[in-house]
Design a protein around this ligand. Sequence first.
Ligand SMILES: Nc1ncnc2c1ncn2[C@@H]1O[C@H](COP(=O)(O)OP(=O)(O)O)[C@@H](O)[C@H]1O
Ligand SMILES: Nc1ccn([C@H]2C[C@H](O)[C@@H](COP(=O)(O)OP(=O)(O)O)O2)c(=O)n1
Length: 437
Amino acid sequence: MEIWDESDVLRREIFRPHHDIDVAGEVESKLRAEIDVARAKTERLRGEVRRLEGELTNKSLRPIVPEVLKALKPYLQSPKRVIIEGVESLLSWPLLTPVLNFLRPKYRNPFPIFSSIIFLATTLYINELEISISLRHRCERRGEEKTEAFESKPPSLSDTEISNIIALMGTTVDPSKDAVESFPGDKKISVVFVLGGPGSGKGTQCAKIVENFGFTHLSAGDLLRAEIKSGSENGTMISNMIKEGKIVPSEVTIKLLQKAMIENGNDKFLIDGFPRNEENRAAFESVTKIEPEFILFFECPEEEMERRLLSRNQGRDDDNIETIRKRFKVFMESSMPVVEYYDQKGKVHKVDAMKPVDEVFETVKAIFSPFNSKNQSEYHHGPVLYLPFIVLCFNCLLLSSSPFTCNLSMLLNKIPGIARYSKVTGSTDQPVEACIP
Ligand SMILES: Nc1ncnc2c1ncn2[C@@H]1O[C@H](COP(=O)(O)OP(=O)(O)O)[C@@H](O)[C@H]1O
Ligand SMILES: Nc1ccn([C@H]2C[C@H](O)[C@@H](COP(=O)(O)OP(=O)(O)O)O2)c(=O)n1
């Protein structure tokens, strides 16, 4: 980014030989004119950066990466390198696999299930109108790490320049820091999305569902607020967006949800206040491959929600009338289309949230009755389903010298191109993990 340096102009002029008393006035006015032009130019550039930042925060990263790169191009000398981290939610596997194959023809991904533990950062080189992609594979473990870079061109920017560009792009999700462990692949996870306007009573009802139906409550808003408190590098960006009533980029929220789901270990989740826009929805589906069981939607008029929020008294920065109005607008414009999307699929259970808390819960209870048996999940994952596997293991133990006696780790060792990592932390029954060497 070219920012005009006034002192530079002055220095040049001071050391010029013609600098004598007679021409001093003339030089001064020339300098002033030059500085005015430079100031205007700098202002224009700053304006452009502000516009781009505004677009990023408004629309979030996903849809406008190419647009941003194009807009930034005049200010960058080519070739330049831009690292977009947290890109695994921007580019999905169907896109990445051919690229990987192209960059490294021998590369094959024989076990798509293990893909989920490979974190990707994509490096885009901008060179005139051509953008080529190089990939860095990451298999992150706590304490163990394997990074591989495929780079088609040598990097030409310093790390500081790269971080400036990343900062300019609005989000700095670092997959290496927030590494989400392998997402439960074999476990059937039930997810219910709880949606409704701000103050419609989502949190209140979720607490009751947890008590009665053994769900784990994950509030996207609470997770984001905890992220701000943790002092994370995204904290300021999240805090600004929440104060403005805007929706935080999906890659941030999804990473937090995924992490919370893995750490919790339950198989039934109430996800409250998510997905809040189409991008949230599509990114969640593509990253987690989880389809919600159904959507619990609380209908409540704005006047009632406003009244509740103003007396909520939880010390939240966004519970002021100005931000509340903005949140209502975002809800109508961005969140309602998500409810409509699921409604068309017949997945929405609407609840009249105007009634008193206990009456609302009566309706909710009826909707959750299929989950009534607290043992339902135990039944699904219970010994009956595991029986064939238990029998197989037993046979393998008996026939210890037979070809059947291979366990997953031995199998992985035999596959060329797969480096095996065993888990360092966690319980011993965690799956063996692998990554592309
Ligand atoms: N059915 C209800 N009737 C009256 N007040 C309610 C009802 N449900 C929730 N509240 C109150 O309204 C406020 C907002 O509820 P909350 O559950 O935090 O909403 P949300 O999670 O949808 O933002 C809280 O102070 C809560 O006690
Ligand atoms: N999926 C989400 C959920 C919440 N947020 C942000 C934006 C929301 O205004 C705030 C607060 O959300 P929360 O669900 O806690 O609160 P309300 O339902 O608005 O009362 O968090 C987000 O950006 N993306």
